[in-house]
Structure formats: C-alpha cells, structure tokens
Design a protein around this ligand. Structure first.
Ligand code: IPM
Ligand code: MG
Length: 361
C-alpha cells in the first residue's frame, strides 16, 4: 500500500459543490489505480461558512487545512455577499488561507489544448502551442503591504492606501520557485516588474538578477508589466515561465488564461515551504449556473492532478488524470463553456462519468 493522505475538501459556493464532487471522484479513482488511499474531510469556507458561522474562514476550517497533506478547494463568492464589509466577504477567506498556510507561490499554468484551439478569442495561429506558467507571488506585495486602509484627512475627505512592498527574502524565495519551475520546463524565465517607475520593482529586479548565477541553465529576461500585458496577446509563444508580484500576477494570469479559450479549464496550485499546498481552479463560483448541472469540472479535476504531483509526488497518477481529460475532449465531449457548434454538450455530472470511464477504460 503506497501511503494514506489526508485532504481538506472545501467546496465553497456556487458551482464549487458540483465540481469538487467530480474532482474528488477522480482523486479516488487515482488512489484505487495507483494503490494509495485518501481520507477526505469537508469544511465550510466563503459564503457557505458565513451562513453557518458568521465568518468566511472559520478557525476550525483553517485548523483542518493545517493538519492535512493538501487542501482541495472549489470556489467562493456570490452576489448575496457582495455588500458585506470587505473583511467579511467570502474572498477574504482565500486571502486568510494564503496567509495562514504561508502559501507564497501560486502556479498558474496556461496551456492551450489542441482540441480547444477554436475556443480562444485569438487567432489559432497566434495561440497554437501556447504553454505558459505564471508564477505569482501570493502573500506579499500590494495585497498585503502596510500601511493599508481608508483614513480620514485632516482637511476633510478620506484617503485610501495600499502599499506595494517586498523584502529581499520574499523576492528570493519566489524567485527560486520560479527558476526551479523554469528549469523543469523549457528553461526560460521572464521576470515581470515596473522597474522604470517603482522602487519596489527595482529591488525585485536586482534580487532576481542576483539569483541567476545559481541557475546557469535558465535564460533570464525582464519585462515591464504593461509591455507583458501587450506581448501576451501579441506573441504569447515567446513566454515559458513568468514570475511576478502578487497584483501583477493576478491580472496577467487572467489574461494568460483567456489565451486558452476557457478559464473553465485552468487549474492552480498555491505552495508554501513544506506545509500543505492548496489546489483550486482559476475560475470563480459562477453563481449564474450554480445548481443547474452545467458547470465545467475540468479545471477542478486538473487541480486534482496538480495536487497529486506537487503535494503527494504521485506524478504517474497526475499524468493519468490529465490523460483522461484529453481523452474525453478527443471524444468530443464538452460542457457548454467550451462547446463548438455541433459539439456533444454534457452536464457536470455526465462529464464526471465520462472522465471516470476514460480513466478506468
Ligand atoms: C484570484 C482571485 C483572488 C485574488 C480574489 C478572489 C481575492 O482573483 O485568485 O486570482 O485577487 O487573488
Ligand atoms: Mg484573480
């Protein structure tokens, strides 16, 4: 028997429950085939937790995550919570998990699958072969820097403040994750900053440059964030691995996601140093289609594959799950969000059944 792993399952809101069910079923299938076992334990987060406990991230949920080998999360948020003060909103739970588990490295792969090339808003010849990994710093920068807040001004009116700040330590540790990731890919790393204007970016660039001699096999380049936003749609194939600040990475990873046609396909991993990793789809809770069996579970399933690979070192199992996704797409099986005209449209549950059949067949 090849090990027993404890997984915290946090379905969250909207389509979270439906897609996590499919994701868990695939993880269970992987465990059966590759001879290991899971203990899944579910806990509330986001709007679901606000309803149950008044808090978007209950202490018990964070404790469960800390005591697990990995965290498997669906999605949080919805219009019914949009008017709550910002520290009570479902999104706050994500920031609390990231900070509470020390998840400073967010890996967001954006790879175009040949079966879905027509689904991109860009021309096929532009997006063909795109395979980008965005490494986003996740516990520092503009999201967490202090001072932050809304303050009264002496002369009347108020001032909103956030601070983009990074220490050399924070830049070095995300830099190392990115160099290592690039090394395992095509050996190209582009560090994205705004060093022509921001001091924090000047330090960022200096520290990243300082790491380069340790990774002579990786080709390091630098790009300003505005140019990167443009180059991603102009010539996305020039990128292999991108490393960047929290807020820049939030924006650029959505843009990179859209190259692939559907944000419904993209998984993510958030990693710290040693503790449990967090795995979740890049997309949100899609309240407009929640509970209607229309959601695309593939990003959740692919997040499960990342969990197998990064937290459990079960890379064969991860590959088998990814292959099952390719197989169902090759069979022409599509949820509504990735359907070309004439495609065979299935619901979330049926997609899950097809995946299991492909995995086990
Ligand atoms: C993301 C999301 C979150 C972020 C929000 C929901 C807090 O946009 O994971 O990219 O800004 O980090
Ligand atoms: Mg985002």
């Amino acid at each position: 028997m090849g090990g027993r792993y404890k997984i915290a399952v946090l379905p969250g809101d909207g389509i979270g429950t439906e897609i996590v069910q499919v994701g868990v079923a695939m993880l269970e299938a992987a465990a059966r085939r590759f001879d290991f076992a899971f203990d899944f334990e579910e806990a509330p987060i986001g709007g679901a937790a606000i309803g149950a406990t008044g808090e978007p991230l209950p202490a018990a949920t964070l404790e469960l995550c800390k005591a697990s080998d990995a965290v498997f999360l669906g999605a949080v948020g919805g219009p019914q919570w949009d008017t709550l003060p910002s520290d009570k909103r479902p999104e706050k739970a994500l920031l609390g998990l990231r900070a509470g588990l020390g998840l400073f490295a967010n890996l967001r792969p954006a790879r175009i699958l040949p079966q879905l090339i027509g689904a991109s808003a860009l021309k096929p010849e532009v997006v063909e072969g795109v395979d980008i990994l965005v490494v986003r710093e996740l516990t520092g920068g503009l999201y967490f820097g202090i001072p932050k807040g809304i303050f009264p001004e002496k002369k009347g009116g108020r001032r909103g403040v956030n601070t983009m700040s990074y220490s050399t330590f924070e830049i070095e540790r995300i830099g190392r994750v990115a160099f290592e990731a690039a090394r395992g890919r095509r050996g190209k790393l582009c560090s994205v900053d705004k060093a022509n204007v921001l001091e924090v970016s000047q330090l960022w660039r200096e520290v990243i440059v300082g790491l380069a001699p340790e990774y002579p096999d990786v080709e390091l380049t630098h790009m300003y964030v505005d140019n990167c936003a443009m180059q991603l749609v102009r010539q996305p194939r020039q990128f292999d691995t991108i490393v960047t600040e929290n807020m820049f990475g939030d924006i650029l990873s959505d843009e990179a996601a859209m190259l692939t046609g559907s944000i419904g396909m993209l998984p993510s991993a958030s990693l710290g140093s040693g503790g449990p990793g967090l795995y979740e789809p890049v997309h949100g809770s899609a309240p407009d289609i929640a509970g209607q069996d229309k959601a695309n579970p593939l990003a959740q399933v692919l997040s499960g594959a990342m969990l197998l690979r990064h937290s459990l070192r079960q890379s064969e199992a991860a590959q088998a799950v990814e292959k099952a996704v390719q197989t169902v797409l090759e069979q022409g099986c599509r949820t509504g969000d990735i359907a070309a005209p004439g495609a065979h449209i299935v619901g979330c549950r049926a997609m899950g059944e097809r995946l299991l059949a492909a995995f086990e067949g």
